[in-house]
Design a protein around this ligand. Structure first.
Ligand code: 8ID
Ligand code: ZN
Ligand code: ZN
Length: 348
């Protein structure tokens, strides 16, 4: 029995959200309705609430794009997702499936992509709609709370590591290593046979990063010369072969181009507001540095990222609170105080 009303966190105006009852949405012909049990809180949700980006979003808006739950209804055209299936709502809610990007497995680049918790209502509600073609298939035996952060953080860093071109045995620096994406990145990197330099601030994040498998921790707030320290960390003094920049500040993007190893790559993933990349042309040329962006992942990346989780190779340290407490999570996130991920329980 699907109710007609449900609890949700609704952004009615930029900068805040309200916990209130709203109607349960009805899935279209190619969509499913998912009873969301848990949803991870990504820094992207905070950017969306604050209107940080030069990309239009819907208002009022239900945020959230790491939603794990159970399929409770489906449209008439849906045949390959069944009621009762465990399914995940990710950032890419849907895409056209027909353009040249979609045809080549670059669905995130689709011009008609719909984005959960941004251009369509997301997972900070008890029942959410998603395109059947794009829902993540969550294997049995995984806690829906523990798996939720894989649906954005996991997919994104897994894809970013692949895009970096780093090979087993090489070094990767993870910038923002103590946060949600960073904590997962350490573990995916380790599972892929990479050595990890974790960069973030504070002792709590140091401990967590080390526990998750980082070889070295560099405290960006305490370091007198961050660039020198990161270069020295690889032993040969040449710096990491790849850098994943997950931080929500402009400065670390610039620093990464300085400490990355010659012929290495800087993969930009964090999305600070109004930020620009600045790197010396001379150095970029004569050190043959690649600077690139990486944006979530496609459906195959999703399945692979979940498979790492299913094999027990990755886990994210998470804390659970009620959906009604979302604003408290945002307050901690703004201060950079969260180690790992917060997951909200939609029943409270
Ligand atoms: O597809 C994508 N490209 C994608 C997908 C998902 C998320 C991009 N993102 C973006 C988010 O929108 C956000 O801008 O990645 C960024 C990080 O998301 P998150 O991991 O969910 O945020 P967090 O948990 O708040 O962690 C951020 C960490 O960065 C550290 C903070 O201390 C925190 O631990 N940090 C900061 I802020 N400045 C730093 C610096 N200078 C830094 N770490 C190292 N050096
Ligand atoms: Zn398309
Ligand atoms: Zn996200």
């Amino acid at each position: 029995e699907i109710p007609t009303e449900q609890w949700a966190q609704v952004i009615e105006e930029t900068g805040s959200c309200v916990y209130k009852k709203i109607p349960v949405p009805v899935p279209g012909p190619d969509e499913v309705l998912i009873a969301v049990k848990f949803s991870g809180v990504c820094h992207t949700d905070l950017h969306a609430m604050n209107g940080d980006w030069p990309l239009a979003r819907k208002l009022p808006l239900v945020g959230g794009h790491e939603g794990a739950g159970i399929v409770v209804a489906r449209g008439s055209l849906v045949s390959d997702v069944a009621i009762g299936d465990r399914a995940g709502i990710k950032w890419l809610n849907g895409s056209c499936l027909a353009c040249s990007f979609c045809q080549q497995g670059d669905e995130p680049l689709c011009g008609k992509a719909s984005l959960s918790g941004y251009t369509v209502d997301g997972s900070f509600q008890q029942f959410a709609v998603a395109k059947a073609a794009h829902v993540a298939r969550i294997p049995d035996g995984m806690g829906l709370d523990a798996v939720a952060p894989v649906l954005c953080a996991g997919i994104t860093v897994y894809k970013g590591l692949k895009e970096s071109g780093a090979r087993p045995g090489q070094w990767v620096a993870i910038v923002g290593a103590g946060g949600g994406l960073g904590s997962m990145a350490i573990q995916y990197a380790k599972a892929m046979g990479l050595h990890v330099i974790a960069i973030d601030a504070g002792e709590e994040k140091r401990e967590s990063c080390k526990e998750l498998g980082a070889s070295v921790y560099v405290d960006f707030a305490a370091s007198a010369d961050l660039v020198a320290e990161v270069k020295a960390a690889t032993g040969d003094g040449l710096g990491p072969h790849a850098v994943l920049v997950l931080a929500v500040q402009e400065k670390p993007f610039q620093q990464a181009t300085q400490y990355v190893r010659s012929r290495g790559s800087v993969v930009c993933i964090g999305l600070p507001a109004n930020a620009y990349l600045r790197a010396p042309v001379f150095d970029t040329v004569v050190r043959m540095i690649s600077i690139k962006g990486s944006y979530v992942g496609n459906r195959q990346d999703t399945a692979e990222a979940l498979d790492f989780f299913a094999r027990g190779l990755v886990h994210v340290p998470f804390k659970t609170v009620g959906l009604s407490q979302l604003n408290e999570v945002y307050a901690m996130m703004k201060e950079g105080k969260i180690v790992g991920r917060y997951v909200v329980d939609t029943s409270k």
